[in-house]
Ligand binder design. Structure first.
Ligand SMILES: [Zn+2]
Length: 383
């Protein structure tokens, strides 16, 4: 680990005397914060999330060993349920901290077994640990890349410009259950056949918005799921992402258009076969369940992360974060930046997730370069 001391000398006004007559630096000022999430996916690896929290502890001990003096304090944040694999919504604790949703609402959410967040926290002794959200001077999150770009370009530090905007949907196609043997092909209202059109459209929509467009269907449910019954209902998830809000809106429109077109096309086809089909057409419902606008990170601190990599003598490249991370919520309440370190073969959310030994260390060396400035420039700190 290396530490960079910007040679900060606090003035008398920066010191506070507490009730015991002990002088201390102004810990009432918003801290320069670093950290990441501690939860993972059911088959997640050892770096996703934990790396940023562990890096934060290492960063603080490095700054302390180097006796770096700053006006505002440093803080390590360890967020829970960022992945949302047990509880919804994702990015739960950073969302509460940033005011995206209330603590009461969050504590009442239940997992698949009916265990609430409140009870789960009580079980591990964290139920009484709630601290009121407070102002943050700046936030820096180190994270493994979870993708292949850094490795492919032989770069060590990813300077994250922004996080992709996201729209998530639950889509339901309504057809009609019917017996597979006697029902002629022309008379079917096969929800799975109809769903095939928008499923493929999701892929096309993302390609139209290259290079940052992403379109994923990760969940598909067929009703009644019997080999000799035509599917009467199909539900699937859609995840659309891109870097700017305008193209994200266009992707949203394209998804709606693709669904409307599929419903119309297959309703007409079925109507030719049987007159009653026209009275009971195929319908597709689209419910948007998540919307995150694209989130640019703070230009000043993004530039400083880039400069820090240069000072440290490690290669870097500008990247866009395709995932939702806690830094996205923190960026709503404080200037924020993210630092990516490469992961082996770009694989994450998999137990084989790994990293070259030097890469996590290099990522860990960046926050000590930037955090002293963030904790010292009182002018940029929002009290
Ligand atoms: Zn993560």
């Amino acid at each position: 680990m290396q530490a960079h001391s910007p040679n900060i000398v606090p003035t008398p006004a920066d010191w506070r005397i507490d009730g015991a007559g002990r002088a201390r630096l102004r810990d009432d000022l918003p801290p320069a914060m670093t950290g990441s999430h501690i939860d993972t996916q059911p088959t997640g690896g050892k770096f996703d999330g934990d790396y940023g929290g562990s890096a934060g502890l290492e960063v603080l001990s490095t700054l302390a060993e180097a006796n770096v003096q700053t006006i505002a304090p440093f803080e390590v944040a360890v967020w829970t349920n960022q992945e949302g694999s047990r509880f919804a919504p994702v990015m739960m604790s950073s969302g509460v901290f940033a005011g995206a949703f209330t603590l009461e609402h969050t504590l009442a959410q239940c997992d698949r077994d009916g265990v609430s967040v409140r009870d789960a926290l009580a079980e591990i002794g964290y139920a009484d640990e709630h601290r009121e959200p407070h102002a943050v001077g700046a936030y820096f999150e180190a994270h493994i890349e979870q993708g292949p770009l850094l490795e492919a370009h032989d770069k060590v530090i990813g300077v994250v410009q922004a996080a992709l905007g996201q729209r998530w949907y639950d889509v339901t196609v309504h057809g009609m259950d019917a017996h597979a043997r006697p029902t002629p092909m022309a008379l079917r209202r096969d929800a799975l056949l109809v769903a095939a059109d928008p499923l493929q459209a999701v892929h096309r929509i993302a390609l139209v918005h290259a290079p940052h467009g992403r379109g994923t269907v990760g969940r598909l449910g067929v009703h009644p799921t019997s080999r000799n019954v035509i599917a009467g209902r199909v539900k699937f998830s859609v995840d659309l992402r891109t870097a700017d809000d305008l193209p994200l809106t266009e992707m949203d429109r394209a998804l709606h258009a693709a669904c409307a077109q599929a419903a119309s096309k297959w309703s007409n086809t079925a109507a030719k076969g049987v007159s009653s089909s026209a009275n009971n057409p195929i319908a597709i419902d689209i419910k948007q369940v998540v919307y995150f606008p694209p989130q640019p990170f703070a230009a000043q601190w993004v530039a400083e992360v880039r400069q820090s990599a240069k000072r440290l003598g490690v290669s870097s490249m500008d990247v866009i974060n395709g995932a939702g991370d806690d830094a996205v919520y923190l960026a709503r309440v404080a200037p924020a930046a993210m630092i990516f370190a490469p992961c082996k073969d770009g694989i994450s959310h998999n137990e084989i997730e790994d990293a070259h030994t030097d890469h996590p260390e290099s990522g860990c060396n960046v926050p000590p370069q930037v955090m002293p400035n963030a904790a010292s420039n009182a002018g940029s700190i929002r009290a």
